[in-house]
Design a protein around this ligand. Structure first.
Ligand code: SAM
Length: 279
């Protein structure tokens, strides 16, 4: 039956590990919409079976987004309700869906969140780092030069920093963080949240790097890295770093003096001798 009313787009969070982290409202919504747009239909099928959800699934991923979004908007405009899910956690959070939600809102379609698991927020809730202000940075660039540039842009940020990282780059990324933010900056590695091997390690970056390098188990699974923002403690280190840098510069090239001063005091090297051109 054709109606004059548009349907609604329900943006539904699914578990990030523990199968029971699926809300009653999420199950109810997925049972009652006309169609579910899923990042990977094969991946989502077991979750549907587990919760007796018989609604048809269609694929919405980065390779078919343009056509899939247009087709879903047509269905919404014809009055059908659509749910959006991703492989895990909250759609759009380092996952597909932005273009669909954007197009739906532009078409005047109501978008309704059905909140639930999100690895970044789950990690922040147990990290013991300040949570009043934080910044979600998603995935860092895979190549070291671009990654370091991004980290350098964040070195003076006072807010808690949250990153997603794949396990095979965990050592490289933590090492870059130690070098850019300073050995003493507090960090937390939250791994395999809600799963059997859930681990939350909180240490200064130098100790965290050493522990992860020496224990291959810490290089497995899914992980979130959180880093304390630059704080008063960092400011004190910076003052000490600047003092040591000034002394060493009398005898050494500035880049080398900055590297040594950073290693000695734990002050971020970038803040001692940021732009390679000056000094
Ligand atoms: N949409 C998801 C969310 O709401 O968290 C994130 C999807 S993103 C493609 C996948 C990344 O999220 C992983 O590489 C990892 O960094 C993080 N992640 C997902 N599940 C996790 C878990 N159970 N424990 C730790 N990190 C997790």
């Amino acid at each position: 039956m054709q109606t004059n009313q548009t349907g609604s787009l329900w943006v539904v969070a699914t578990p990030i590990g523990h199968r029971d982290d699926m809300s009653a409202r999420a199950i109810d919504t997925l049972r009652n919409v006309a169609v579910i747009a899923a990042e990977d239909t094969r991946h989502s099928r077991p979750l549907m079976i587990q919760h007796n959800i018989g609604t048809p699934l269609v694929a919405l991923h980065e390779h078919n987004e343009r056509e899939a979004v247009a087709a879903l908007i047509r269905r919404l405009e014809q009055g059908e309700s659509v749910a959006l899910i991703s492989d895990a956690g909250t759609p759009l959070i380092s996952d597909p869906g932005f273009r669909l939600v954007r197009a739906a809102r532009e078409a005047g379609i109501r978008c309704i969140p059905v909140p639930g698991a999100c690895a970044a927020i789950a990690a922040l809730s147990v990290a013991g780092l300040p949570s009043d202000r934080f910044v979600f940075e998603g995935f860092l660039p895979p190549k070291s030069a671009a990654r370091r540039t991004r980290l350098e842009e964040l070195a003076a940020d006072p807010r808690t920093l949250i990153f997603y990282e794949s396990s095979h780059r965990i050592v490289e990324s933590l090492t870059d963080m130690r070098d850019v933010f300073g050995a003493q900056r507090e960090a937390v590695l939250a791994r395999e949240l809600t799963k059997m091997f859930e681990t939350v390690l909180g240490e200064p970056l130098s100790e965290l790097v050493a522990r992860v390098v020496s224990d291959p188990n810490q290089q497995r699974g899914e992980c979130v890295i959180l880093v304390a923002g630059r704080g008063e403690e960092t400011d004190a280190k910076l003052a000490e770093g600047q003092r040591v840098f000034a002394l060493l510069r009398e005898e050494l090239p500035p880049a080398k003096a900055a590297k040594l001063a950073a290693a000695i005091t734990g002050a971020p090297r970038k803040l001692l001798y940021g732009d390679k051109g000056d000094g």
